[in-house]
Design a protein around this ligand. Structure first.
Ligand code: B12
Ligand code: SF4
Length: 541
């Protein structure tokens, strides 16, 4: 494709599509970190006209039923709005983030909208889902021209040069997938990025940060200030959980930013955006405890409130004294809560099926250590694994009930493309009849249960969640105080119950949630999440 203007003047739009959720999930929204990384990479190469367009923040309150009668919604800017934006910006090429499998139907809508606006505009998909299901995406959606697999931080400028310069060759673009008649040409992937410190600071300045601050519905929505920075300080995880899509994409090698680089990124967020809280999105933040301690020392002067919406291993470092020291440092640096990935209370299942090799005794010990350090603990469990038995479920419930965790997420296992669990589900024809990518959410049954009905399984998971979180809320005032931070939610960190189901049964007594949180200032709940004027107001003071 010949180019008549300076390549650096090309207009590049990067779009994050509408999100899909079920009605009882909160509508989360935070800056699309992947697109901000790509934009920063392009800017560093000298590209001048870059638009990062996050449909979610552009129209957070445009909530639509996905199919009439279903429990599913999508939210974000409409196709008309996206088209109008394209008419205004006139991109030469558009990159669409196809990160979540559950979002792919919405990503297709974006592709159709772009081609509707101008057939000549090149549409490129990238992100975790598109990388793993590249052929399927190209088969399903003719409006997608190319897929770029893998990390996009540096590969975009190679793509653009080879697409738009006369001497360019598409065979040179790492990770590119294109149609070839009925077949596909798949270029080898670029190597994973190892020098994490060399990555430019994500282009948060290209998204409307104030709007995110105002809505304040982040990955962890329990925030004291709306001014939150969401960062990632490492990629990759050495663990091998069989359900995890993250390692399929980012690999098992732990690739870490130095404490100094993390510090620079945090300094930037504090100085430029006046953030007051930090959410660290790493998959397994504490793989290197020495680094954690150094990061604590480097950033504690900012006095930020820090949470980790994702989990870390409960047994890092293995030495409990050192673990306690690390937790104390984290507390001193501003951490309020840590998250632990436990997955199941069935030790044999954790070791032999999940592939996590985690001694559950360490989980129990860690709850005590974290409390000693003054931290709250959130634990993550799953149910509804392929061929799971009642015995295994009972062990999970029993373990979680006895555990001194301050809040719990018990999710329904969801098959994610590329994972070992996906392969097991596919091979054994275990996809639930209602399953499609849209419904691949942790609040819905995606895998045919083995020895329980789907309805019973869903109810069991929902009720157990409520019981666990109720139990936890009775123990510590700090937990009840945390719930006050999200008045529109009922209970739990990731499970947001519909108000109509907001009661729990304990020993045959039905207790409404309002009573569960009695005198704690709980207000009416809203099942679709709300913008949070009270947080925005507090920030002004
Ligand atoms: C933060 C996060 C969220 C946030 C916000 C994500 C966002 N918009 O930025 C929230 C809380 C909303 C969220 C929700 C969910 N999440 Co989530 N989330 C993450 C997490 C922890 C970090 C994402 C991130 O910022 N990564 C860092 C950046 C740098 O990477 P990136 O976004 O992938 O971008 C890079 C590449 O993908 C690529 N790229 C990205 N876009 C594009 C576009 C083009 C054109 C190109 C070429 C390249 C490209 O280049 C980027 C730079 O290298 C990941 C785990 C992980 N390690 O990534 C899970 C992850 C993405 N989530 C996952 C899932 C399943 C979900 C949920 C469905 C369920 C849930 N667990 O609650 C929901 C669904 C969201 C919805 N409503 O549609 C899965 C996705 C797997 C899949 N196939 O679907 C992951 C991988 C977790 C896992 N362990 O498996 N999530
Ligand atoms: S610990 Fe987390 S990131 Fe690592 S493999 Fe398990 S689920 Fe994936």
């Amino acid at each position: 494709m010949a180019l008549h203007k300076d390549i650096k003047d090309l207009k590049i739009a990067l779009i994050s599509p509408r999100a899909v959720a079920s009605k009882n999930m909160i509508r989360r929204v935070q800056p699309p970190l992947g697109l901000c990384c790509i934009a920063a990479g392009l800017r560093a190469e000298g590209y001048k006209n870059i638009l990062v367009y996050d449909t979610l923040i552009e129209d957070y309150d445009d909530v639509r039923d996905l199919d009439s009668g279903s429990d599913m919604i999508s939210y974000g800017a409409s196709n008309e709005k996206i088209e109008n934006k394209m008419k205004e910006f006139k991109p030469d090429i558009v990159g669409v983030s196809s990160l979540f499998s559950s979002q792919v139907s919405q990503a297709y809508e974006v592709a159709k909208t772009i081609k509707n606006y101008n057939k000549k505009t090149i549409v490129v998909f990238g992100g975790i889902h598109a990388s793993d299901k590249s052929e399927e995406v190209l088969n399903d959606e003719k409006n997608v021209d190319f897929i770029m697999r893998g990390e996009g931080d540096y590969t975009w400028s190679t793509l653009i040069q080879n697409l738009f310069l006369e001497e360019g060759k598409l065979s040179e673009v790492p990770g590119l997938v294109q149609r070839d008649g009925k077949n596909f040409i798949k270029n080898p992937m670029a190597p994973l990025i190892h020098d994490m410190d060399a990555l430019p600071i994500p282009a948060w300045d290209m998204v409307p940060m104030e709007k995110y601050f105002e809505i304040a519905m982040y990955h962890n929505p329990y925030v004291k200030s709306g001014r939150v920075g969401c960062i990632m300080t490492s990629r990759g995880c050495p663990d091998r959980c069989y359900f995890c899509a993250s390692t399929v994409f980012f690999g098992h090698k732990f690739r870490q930013m130095s404490p100094e680089r993390v510090g620079e990124m945090v300094d930037y967020l504090v100085e430029k955006f006046k953030i007051k809280e930090l959410q660290i999105e790493d998959d397994n933040f504490a793989v290197n405890p020495v680094r954690v301690n150094k990061i604590c020392d480097r950033i504690k002067h900012h006095k930020l409130r820090i949470t980790m919406p994702n989990a870390m291993r409960a047994d890092t470092p293995l030495n409990r004294e050192k673990r306690l020291d690390m937790y104390k440092n984290m507390k001193e640096a501003g951490w309020d809560q840590i998250g632990l990935g436990v997955e199941s209370g069935d030790q044999k299942f954790v070791n032999e099926v999940v592939g996590k090799r985690l001694n559950l005794e360490e989980v129990t010990a860690t709850c005590d250590l974290a409390h000693k350090a003054g931290l709250l603990v959130h634990t993550n469990f799953m149910m509804g694994f392929p061929f799971e038995t009642k015995k295994s479920r009972d062990l999970t419930i029993d373990f979680a009930m006895k555990l001194d965790s301050d809040s719990y997420s018990l999710s329904l296992a969801t098959p994610l493309p590329g994972t070992k669990m996906w392969d097991i589900v596919e091979k054994n024809n275990l996809f639930h009849e209602s399953y499609n990518f849209d419904t691949g959410l942790p609040t819905l049954v995606s895998i045919k249960p083995h020895d329980i009905s789907d309805v019973e399984l869903k109810n069991l998971v929902e009720n157990t969640n409520k019981k666990l979180n109720f139990k936890a809320s009775q123990k510590r005032q700090a937990v009840r105080d945390k719930y006050k931070l999200l008045k529109s939610s009922v209970h739990g960190d990731r499970k947001y119950m519909d108000p109509s189901s907001a009661s729990i049964e304990i020993d045959k007594e039905i207790i409404p949630m309002t009573k569960v949180l009695s005198n704690e200032g709980t207000h009416g709940t809203e099942n679709r999440g709300v913008a949070r004027p009270e947080v925005a107001e507090k920030d002004k003071n």
